[in-house]
Design a protein around this ligand. Structure first.
Ligand SMILES: [Zn+2]
Length: 196
């Protein structure tokens, strides 16, 4: 029985690295596969992301700002590679929505592709779990598919993404506070006659 909650977890820094490489190009949708290990954690399914695999140029058949087509051989090779390993049983597709700054909304095409893929994994790769994630410029959305049942649970990436956005704001605030404080400090120095 699959869980209604799923959490996708990254080792420290891994998500930042992934995001940096995928968002380097905002002109075209970018794609990567994470190999993960699914663990039953009571009420929730936890998927630990282990390795990231980037398609090479020749694995991408077509791409635009809002779509991407990956060569089937890349997908089959990656799935096969995973079944040879003991420490990975979850295939997590990550793609970008470079056109979107904030909220991630999976498109109808995303949903159709994923449903089809979940049927395919259920049939051809039983035992493999499948999740998908989409990254906008600042946020993420994720789904954990119940392969063979044509449904998914919402998934959350345990993430630095939200923090990164907060860091940005905090940084700006800090700079503002610093400059104000240094202004005050300078005035104090002047008032005390310590300047010269
Ligand atoms: Zn999408």
């Amino acid at each position: 029985m699959r869980k209604e909650l799923c959490s996708i977890r990254f080792r420290n820094g891994d998500l930042g690295d992934l995001r940096a490489s995928l968002s380097a190009n905002l002109n075209r949708e970018q794609f990567a596969v994470l190999l993960g290990k699914a663990e039953d954690a009571g009420a929730a399914e936890i998927v630990a992301a282990r390795d990231v695999i980037y398609p090479s140029k020749r694995d991408i058949e077509d791409s635009s700002i809002a779509s991407l087509r990956i060569n089937r051989n890349f997908v089959a090779e990656t799935l096969k590679q995973m079944t040879d390993r003991l420490d990975a049983d979850a295939y997590i597709e990550v793609h970008t929505h470079p056109f979107s700054k904030g909220l991630v909304v999976f498109s109808g095409a995303d949903g159709m592709d994923e449903k089809r893929f979940s049927d395919y994994t259920a049939k051809e790769w039983p035992g493999i779990e499948y999740a998908s994630a989409a990254l906008s410029q600042t946020m993420h959305g994720a789904r954990f598919w119940h392969c063979g049942a044509r449904r998914y649970s919402g998934a959350a990436i345990k993430t630095q993404l939200a923090y990164e956005a907060i860091y940005k704001k905090t940084d700006q605030k800090d700079i503002a506070i610093d400059s104000e404080q240094s202004g005050v400090f300078n005035r104090g120095m002047l008032a005390l006659g310590l300047e010269s």
